[in-house]
Ligand binder design. Sequence first.
Ligand code: FAD
Ligand code: NAI
Length: 462
Amino acid sequence: MSSYDVIVIGAGPGGYVCAIRCAQLGLKTAVVEGRDTLGGTCLNVGCIPSKALLHASHSLHEAEENFGKMGLKVAKPKVDWEAMLDYKQGVIDGNTKGIEFLFKKNKVDWIKGWASIPEAGKVKVGDDIHEAKNIIIATGSEPSALPGIEVDEETVVTSTGALALKSIPKSMVVIGAGVIGLELGSVYKRLGADVTVVEFLDVITPGMDGDVQKTFQKMLAKQGLNFVMGAAVQGVAKGKGKNTVTYKLRKDDSEHSIDAEVVLVATGRRPYTAGLGLDALGVEMTQRGQIATNGHYATNIPGVYAIGDAIEGPMLAHKAEDEGMAVAEVIAGQAGHVNYDVIPGVIYTAPEVASVGKTEEQLKAEGRAYKVGKFSFMGNGRAKAVFMGDGFVKILADKATDRILGAHIIGPAAGDLIHEICVAMEFGAAAEDLARTCHAHPTYSEAVREAALACGDGPIHS
Ligand code: FAD
Ligand code: NAI
């Protein structure tokens, strides 16, 4: 039997970051991971492989659509799917091995296998029992099932299967216009598939700012994605070489169907806690099947904590990482803290979409007095030079105090630009603070400054 200050269960972004921080704070730490590689959903079948395919397919699009416009003459690019999958795997391997290296460097032990918690202070892996003063559950999430749909990960797939298809399908139906559906739908559209997204609601990316939702859907439609909105999927029937997706339009209950070689089910994810023995241990859960925790990530069982996708909050890698660092600090007697008001969300399509803080709809619902500063990338010289003039930066600020309450960007490098606003919000900045900050020219970030100017006396370039 080995004995630790901390055992973390799960080596995703929540678990591995937490373990490294625990070790840095002087705690003897081990991580139990059942997969063959470290990094969790994010590195193996999530953030990283999807971004590799987004990059490869976007590069194809650039070569096909924009090279000629810049006087670059190349032969029509061809897609070697196997080579693209090898590239993706290489990216995954580089990252997962990197975590192994970081574990060694920080003296974090990797206990290989699937863990359960037979009692507080003990973690069971195979036949071995390990002792731990503190146990942190970071077991992540899995795709939600949809009644009437049997996933085989070959032609009816979740994101995991969609990241490793045997060939590029001629047609794809994506169920759910959320983040996974739109990112992977864009990948296969750019690779040549005919892609139709079927969404239950009347808007895409529920929860995002309404202005962004509308512009984003228009842009994706212009790129060739088909949308069926307000449609409740009833089931998927498997046929020879095709799958038939049936759905009912919510407005009139009429039934329709659509055929596709591959169906991607992307209707959300749910916490993964199977096999941990939480029931027997008496761990309290929320109504949505998440592990219930207090402000310090403690469950109702002393010495047992939980973080990441397994608890409430947005299912994002950086949210899991921040919670991992915070709980390590709490256990080490420091003041670990995550500011949930300033967690950015990014969709890595082209253009990217990024948001932080309140949406205009939320501010209206709260009855807050606010002002809107909006600036189109059409007024940004750098964006126009690279054919990315579509989209905008929208900053929402308190009407009386000018304090920034939220920001929503659709356009080039939105996922990086948003962080300037995140930092401003962390410091409680006013829009005027951003507007008075000198921004280098020509950069996309000038659009952020112009949106901040639009909250005051007005932007210069529109
Ligand atoms: P996970 O990453 O799910 O890791 C949990 C780990 O625990 C797994 O490795 C699992 O094997 C292990 N485990 C589970 N049970 C046990 C057990 N009993 N014993 C031992 N090990 C166990 N988020 C972003 O922020 N940006 C993105 O671009 C992004 N892209 C995504 C793309 C896709 C296709 C998907 C599916 C998700 C994406 N996400 C993205 C979400 C992101 O992957 C998750 O929010 C993040 O991985 C959550 O981290 P975690 O540490 O909580 O759990
Ligand atoms: P999601 O919650 O983002 O979107 C699911 C969509 O499916 C919603 O629009 C919903 O209305 C729709 N839907 C649900 N049931 C339906 C039905 N029966 N018929 C038609 N549509 C239906 O979930 P998604 O895309 O599966 O992603 C899961 C999680 O992974 C998200 O929480 C997200 O945060 C995370 N993720 C993050 C990424 C990023 O940060 N770039 C990338 C990919 C995933």
